[in-house]
Design a protein around this ligand. Sequence first.
Ligand code: SF4
Length: 381
Amino acid sequence: MLDARCYAKLGLSSIYDKVLAGRRLSYDDGLSLFACPDSTALGALAMHVRARLHKDAVFYVVNRQINYSNICVNDCVFCAFRRSGEDEPGAFVLSKEDILSRLRAVDQSPLHLDEMHFVGGCHPSLSLTWFEDVFRTVRAYNPNIPIKAFTPVEIAHLANLEGISTLETLKRLKAVGLVMMPGGGAEIFDDTLRKKICPRKADAAAWLRISAEAHSLGIKTNCTMLFGHLETFAQRVDHLCRLREQQDQSGGFTCFIPLPFLTKNSALVLPEDKAGPQRGLDQLRTVAVARMMLDNIPHIKAYWIMMGAKTAQTALWYGADDLDGTIVEERIGHMAGAESSQGLTIGELEAMIRCSGFRPVRRNAVFENLAPGLSEADHAF
Ligand code: SF4
């Protein structure tokens, strides 16, 4: 039971009332939550929302990431994954055969894949036709694997390469099996900061417009926020409010993923007051605030690759209800210094969830519950 007196002492009485009544929080409420020093109180309030939506369910997916290339025309300052060309050490591009052999390796294992997640940057010459061909090849091999790929930034890039609209690009990708987009590239929407940390990326308006176009075609998408770098709390709250506004209009965001900035191999060096051990607690607070602010987005993910398994587990008590998945192979976070393992087994994921006090629920790429005995309570949206 939440104690109203505790929130009164913290100056959060009106937020407490709104959360308990299921009413929308304002921009100023978001600022007050980030200013609150009592993280546990934030977590408890976020848990109230999380329990109302999903009871004790925590979702996970049996998936396989395919990092097809890290060569990218952009030069985001925080990115440790990107290489400028094939000659640069660490650069890679997988062939169609490489991709298929990775798929075969997982498919012939006891895993039954519920998501194939393609990850890359904005490659200067891999064309829309190349991707259409890859997706057709994958689907010819196994037509049942849902394909998740492309951030709105990559869609803008492909459309540009092809000389067609982003909507047409999305239609062509949907025709060859794209059902889900991962929601990366949102970084932080504030224009001034965005120009500083990712100057060549599609801007916030384009990111939101392309997400809406995907939603209009029935392609579900996630949405993200890169935090813990140079942004202010006000810029975080602004970012969350813009996502919420977009969701009111287009309705296709399935999950919000707060992505903590990993400092280790990044060219973006943080000032001392932002780089210390407080970063772990900041991740939990951000999960909690997101859960309370994003009242129209069903799921909040604690992405164990970026947070680390221990923080991700703790985040389940701060409002997160999804851990992502088995992954098998991950490069973006690990090139940036992530210390998590490359993949987890189903047993490990379920154990993480159970020993945190929750009930594991296997889902597919578009967050449909795959557990037998599907429960309405698992999907309150
Ligand atoms: S974050 Fe993405 S778009 Fe930016 S440089 Fe890295 S790979 Fe390219």
